[in-house]
Ligand binder design. Structure first.
Ligand SMILES: NC(=O)c1ccc[n+]([C@@H]2O[C@H](COP(=O)([O-])OP(=O)(O)OC[C@H]3O[C@@H](n4cnc5c(N)ncnc54)[C@H](O)[C@@H]3O)[C@@H](O)[C@H]2O)c1
Length: 313
């Protein structure tokens, strides 16, 4: 059995810059659309009343991965992060394990990256709004900034969080309405309460809905969702555990009204219809995004750019 490098959080974040994460994430959507990369839908394993585990495998290039990650909302009260997990990288030819990585860092990078990939494909303007300036809201903002979006307005009911993020990027902290008035708005809240109503939509707006990534979560009203030109990362996940789910269950949004981001990126479907259109991208989080970032991190380790502890199994 080979020795396995273990890339901790700092190593993953040092190995893959936001700009690099955006490029490999875009490439992952293209390869998946072309059938070169594959993944089943993620599997949820409830652990009531604490939260749930998610198992997310994917295969592409010469690698296969499994991300085993949690969403335990009660963890912060225990002094633990909500999201903790491991990512295993294996050789797709021999099945040998090649590396272990901190799944939280991979998730943060690929979640932020898809916000920029979707904006590049669908947005009309450059100003940015962040509704929910926590861990993943911050990475969405960093990736948008790395892709040339901004200046931006960060909102969070925890004002100190919004101010810290705005200060880091040279943006401003502001109200929910001010954040929603921007061209590209990322909603990255826990998904327990509505933050976008139909009345918040304005001509030219692009929404990245990132917070509703599991059953029972929503950040926009069904009316708001149904008023937008709709895009998603993957229909099976988005229609059952994403921002689109409420509108699909209410019968106001059907499969044919929703375009896959991969179809836009490969030129198979149009993106924004015009400058006045209001577009909404539903991100539920895909294992191919994790594979893309994990592969980039492993490459950087192999090039000697980052260090890792090595363990013998
Ligand atoms: N789509 C994906 O791929 C993906 C990936 C990772 C996490 N997520 C989801 O993103 C959400 C946020 O995760 P996180 O790790 O950043 O959590 P977090 O706790 O670090 O941040 C959430 C932030 O939202 C703020 N918030 C709460 N209610 C709000 C409201 N009404 N308006 C504005 N802000 C509000 C909180 O104060 C907090 O700062 C979760 O639902 C998580 O499951 C999605």
């Amino acid at each position: 059995m080979p020795a396995l490098p273990v890339l901790n959080r700092d190593a993953v974040l040092a190995a893959v810059s936001p700009r690099a994460a955006i490029d490999v994430t875009r490439d992952a959507f293209v390869r998946h659309r072309r059938g070169e990369w594959t993944m089943p839908s993620k599997v949820y394993l409830d652990s009531p009343p604490h939260g749930d585990f998610r198992a997310m495998p994917a295969r592409g290039g010469d690698l296969a991965i499994l991300k085993w990650i949690s969403s335990f909302p009660s963890n912060p009260a225990r002094g633990l992060p909500t999201v903790i997990g491991l990512l295993v990288v294996s050789d797709a030819t021999t099945s040998e394990p090649l590396a272990l990585m901190d799944a939280g860092a991979v998730t943060a990078l690929r979640t932020g990256a898809v916000a920029a990939v979707a904006a590049d494909a669908l947005a009309g303007g450059r100003s940015a709004g962040i509704v929910g300036s926590g861990l993943h809201g911050a990475w969405a903002a960093r990736c948008l900034a790395a892709a040339g979006y901004g200046p931006g307005v960060c909102f969070d009911p925890d004002a100190a969080r919004a101010e810290a993020l705005a200060g880091e990027l040279g943006w401003a902290a502001g109200s929910r309405a001010e954040a929603l008035a921007q061209d590209v708005v990322c909603c990255v809240t826990p998904g327990h309460e509505i933050v976008v109503d139909a009345g918040d939509l304005h001509a030219g707006l692009h929404l990245n809905m990132l917070g509703a990534d599991g059953p029972g979560k929503a950040e926009a009203t069904v009316g708001a969702v149904a008023s937008c030109a709709l895009f998603c990362d993957e229909w099976a996940q988005a229609s059952h555990g994403g921002e689109l789910t409420g509108a699909v269950e209410a019968g106001v949004v059907k499969r044919e009204q929703v375009t896959d981001l991969g179809a836009v990126l490969t030129g198979g479907a149009p993106g924004r219809a015009g400058p006045e259109a209001v577009t909404l991208f539903d991100s539920t989080g895909l294992a191919i995004q994790d594979l893309a970032v994990a592969a980039a991190a492993l490459d950087a380790y192999r090039r000697g750019e980052v260090e890792a502890q090595v363990v013998e199994l």
